[in-house]
Design a protein around this ligand. Structure first.
Ligand code: PEP
Ligand code: MG
Length: 842
């Protein structure tokens, strides 16, 4: 290729040579940094991507000139240097330059064993990587005079050529084989799977070998300064005498301890000077590269050389610990620390995780609805889950889909698996709220609740008491128990989140409907409650009966009687939330019960209901029948209930205000926020507002206490977004309920989405499940439009998102851009949201 600027086919790595990760690869760049830090790196020459690409096509650079950078007779290594180390690359080849002559010379200077070992290693590598001979044939040979002879003979026999005795030719051939390996189809597909672009280049690093074999203290090793699992300062790694490069890691049985150890010899004692210097280098890397590095080193007759240093691989927990330590020591800023962890990675610290090393016998796949890992006995009903838990046995609750009747079982189960449902179905929403691992829409399963069996797509049948595991982060259910890693939040986690909160510029509230949720949210630093789904307060069986009594009431009197029972319960609920949140905003959504979630679906459920309500079974069946809707998600929900049966919202408003008075007496003044769900017309808001105002006046009068409240609307129908300018006239705030808004914008039932979502995403119809990540093109457009229209009338109206998307980092970026005031999400997603917002704000 003709270039106007002078193209350098290779460059010696010096502190000032023009080397960059995007032209020479990450390893070359990193070595240059080490050279700049004056670490004892052997002479190194870097070949850029273009040179390597040319080599693959058969155009070689001037190898003699390249060799001119090294002392005559030096052995060399060639190692890959891709832009991102995670993209992989061909294996390193060591000891280039070993010939019969060098073999003889080294036998004299370094001893026969060392010379045999060096030569044999090279013959093996050359035979396998360059001549493409069978590795097994060469592996068997031992590093002895006979072994070397046999290897040379085998090479000649197989290739019908003499083993090359010219270092320049050896080097050329090694570079060619590595360049070609990179361009091969398998290698390309592999790295593309790891995120590399199709045209990712490979650089090569040619380096003088430091010989860890030979006289005096000679050996090689790898040293780390942190524990890779915890991030704590702890020296670990390996050193092995008379070894080259990473041999020490491969043959652990012969390795030496690094730090003084009663069990045997250690580098610290045997080569104290080298050990001290390695520690010093680690400090230098830490302060100047601002990273915990793992150092690959060789000791050559007592002389320490650093071959390479890379960022120490580590767990999320360790990444967080290191980031916090570096910031606390002033090496990096707090902002830098916050940028070192992707927000979703926090999930690994908040929930149990399936050990990444665990073997997985996957029996079903579904939607990864709530993160974390769990193992337990299979149970097929909420009741069985409770019995199991009472025996102290962990269980996984499997249901076709969950309903409020399952709530107790869900509370005690370790994890939840449903055959049906999508990202915002009952099971998913509740599981996320509880922080329980959950998979929904595992449609390959055949579930028989009657027989209590679960049949997988490959025909295996699992019954009650069989152990299964689920990975809610990956959406995989597995046979048997898998090892789990414990959740982990310590002081560092607290500190880190504290910094995130300080850096954030969008509010974060929590979707909470119980005192436990509220307390947890406060622990995580949520600023208030953004969505209290009041119907969730009635999922407990005793309360459910009262709720059902109200739903079933046919006369005004019956309804009033039921509401009278509900009032004190709600008053208590709200008082508790107000007290816990001590003056922070609490946004209470008036009832929005999709009726199917509150009515029994089978005969047994109806029988129990008849018993609880003291009604004949036939009455119950008849009433359930008359209340049944073809599409309950679009039926008598939300404000429609409030408009047609206004006493229900009256009761809730009264409970809220009485709780306001009570909680304000004891503590900080409360200004409750009341939110109307499923609005689609301004008149709905007017009707509800008029009645709520009247209730407020009555309670003020009765209690002789002043208080205010804020009334807001949930924008979760497309019409509400379109008519936002109109609807906002009566609203202090608008909160976008993106679950329903997504459902209605797509015309896609949130409970049935699983039926085709997998196919749709696989075939690229939708880039992602829109119930998971906001569809910015469609639903997002409605958000922007609604926000703009609302602000045109009430410029300072408070805007927020309280659908499940509120905890999703990409959605958060979108609404932040649109200037929303806060997001609200389930408690365990609060830390993720905090970090996402902080990173956007930095
Ligand atoms: C929504 O629809 O986005 C919402 C938050 O309400 P729910 O999920 O309770 O319908
Ligand atoms: Mg909704």
């Amino acid at each position: 290729m003709q270039k106007h600027t002078k193209f350098e086919p290779f460059t010696e790595v010096t502190p000032t040579s023009p080397i960059a990760a995007d032209s020479h690869g990450g390893r070359a760049k990193c070595l240059q940094r080490l050279v700049r830090l004056e670490l004892p790196v052997p002479a190194t020459v870097a070949l850029p991507f273009e040179t390597v690409h040319n080599i693959a096509k058969g155009h070689f650079p001037d190898t003699e000139r390249l060799l001119g950078y090294f002392k005559e007779g030096t052995l060399l290594s060639v190692r890959p240097s891709s832009e991102d180390p995670d993209w992989g690359g061909p294996g390193a080849v060591l000891n280039i330059g070993m010939t019969d002559r060098r073999h003889l010379e080294l036998s004299q200077t370094h001893g026969e064993d060392a010379a045999h070992s060096l030569y044999l290693r090279f013959i093996q590598a050359y035979a396998v990587h360059v001549a493409r001979l069978d590795a097994d044939d060469f592996d068997a040979m031992s590093p002895s005079a006979e072994g070397v002879k046999a290897a040379l003979a085998l090479f000649e026999e197989e290739t019908e050529e003499q083993f090359p005795q010219d270092p320049a030719r050896q080097l050329t051939q090694v570079m060619r084989s590595m360049a070609r390996a990179w361009e091969g189809t398998t290698a390309r597909l592999l790295r593309q799977a790891r995120g590399a672009p199709a045209d990712a280049g490979l650089g090569l690093v040619v380096q003088e070998m430091a010989l860890g074999v030979g006289p005096g203290e000679s050996g090689s090793g790898v040293i780390r300064f942190i524990d890779q699992a915890t991030g704590e300062a702890r020296i670990n790694g390996r050193y092995r005498r008379q070894s080259l490069n990473r041999d020490a890691l491969r043959k652990s049985d012969e390795a030496m301890y690094l730090v003084k150890d009663p069990r045997g010899a250690s580098l610290q004692e045997e080569a104290p000077e080298a050990f001290k210097r390695l520690n010093r280098y680690a400090d230098i890397c830490r302060s100047r590269l601002r990273e915990e590095m793992e150092i690959e080193f060789t000791i050559e007759n007592g002389k320490l050389r650093v071959l390479d240093a890379v960022r120490t691989q580590r767990s999320t927990r360790a990444t967080l610990k290191v980031a916090v330590s570096l910031a606390e020591e002033g090496i990096i800023s707090r902002d830098d620390a916050l940028l070192r962890l992707p927000p979703r990675a926090l999930n690994e610290l908040l929930h149990h995780q399936v050990d990444p090393a665990a073997k997985r016998d996957v029996i079903a796949r579904g939607i990864a609805a709530s993160p974390g890992g769990a193992t337990g006995k299979l149970v097929f009903s909420g009741q069985a889950a409770q019995q199991c838990a009472a025996r102290g046995e962990p269980c996984i609750l499997v249901r076709r889909e969950t309903t409020p009747e399952d709530i107790r079982g869900m509370h005690v189960a370790e994890g939840i698996l449903t055959e049906r449902g999508g990202m915002t179905s009952h099971a998913a929403v509740i599981a996320r709220g509880l922080g329980l691992p959950c998979i929904v829409g595992a449609s390959g399963l055949r579930l028989s609740v009657q027989r209590k069996t679960l049949q997988t797509a490959d025909g295996r049948v699992f019954g009650e008491d069989d152990i299964i595991s689920i990975d809610g982060s990956a959406g995989e259910a597995m046979a048997g128990a898998v090892p789990l890693l414990e959740p982990f939040f310590d002081d560092d986690f607290e500190t880190f989140l504290g910094w995130a909160r300080e850096a954030g510029d969008v509010g974060i509230r929590v979707n909470a409907d119980s005192p436990e949720d509220a307390r947890l949210a406060l622990d995580f630093g949520a600023q208030g409650i953004g969505l209290c789904r009041t119907e969730h307060m009635f999922f407990e069986p005793e309360r459910m009966a009262v709720m059902r009594g109200m739903i079933f009431a046919e006369t005004e009197d019956d309804r009033s009687a039921a509401l009278e029972q509900l009032l004190p319960m709600q008053r208590e609920d709200f008082t508790a939330l107000f007290e816990i949140m001590s003056g922070r905003p609490v946004c209470i959504r008036l009832f929005d019960p999709p009726l199917h979630e509150f009515l029994p679906s089978d005969r047994e459920g109806m029988r129990q209901m008849a018993e609880a309500l003291d009604l004949p079974l036939s009455d119950v069946i008849h009433r359930v029948d008359s209340l049944s809707e073809f599409n309950p998600m679009l039926g008598m929900r939300g404000v429609r209930l409030g408009v047609t049966m206004p006493q229900i919202y009256d009761m809730q408003a009264r409970a809220i205000f009485e709780a306001t008075v009570q909680a304000s007496k004891a503590g900080d003044p409360v200004v409750p926020e009341i939110m109307i769900p499923l609005v689609s017309a301004r008149r709905e808001v007017e009707l509800v507002k008029t009645r709520i105002d009247a209730v407020a006046a009555a309670v003020r009068n009765e209690t002789q206490t002043e208080f205010t409240y804020r009334l807001g609307v949930m924008v979760e129908t497309p019409r509400a977004a379109l008519r936002a300018a109109d609807i906002v006239q009566h609203s202090a705030f608008l909160s976008f309920g993106t679950n329903d808004l997504t459902q209605m914008t797509y015309g896609l039932s949130r409970d049935d989405a699983d039926r085709f979502m997998g196919d749709y995403v696989r075939q690229g119809v939708y880039p992602e499940d829109p119930f998971h990540t906001l569809d910015v093109e469609g639903v997002g457009e409605l958000l922007l439009l609604g926000a703009e229209r609302a602000r045109s009338q009430v410029p300072d109206v408070t805007l927020s998102v309280c659908g499940e998307h509120g905890g999703d980092p990409e959605t958060i970026a979108f609404v932040r851009q649109a200037g929303f005031n806060y997001v609200s999400c389930s408690p365990y997603r609060v830390p993720v949201a905090q970090l996402a917002i902080a990173q956007l704000a930095i």
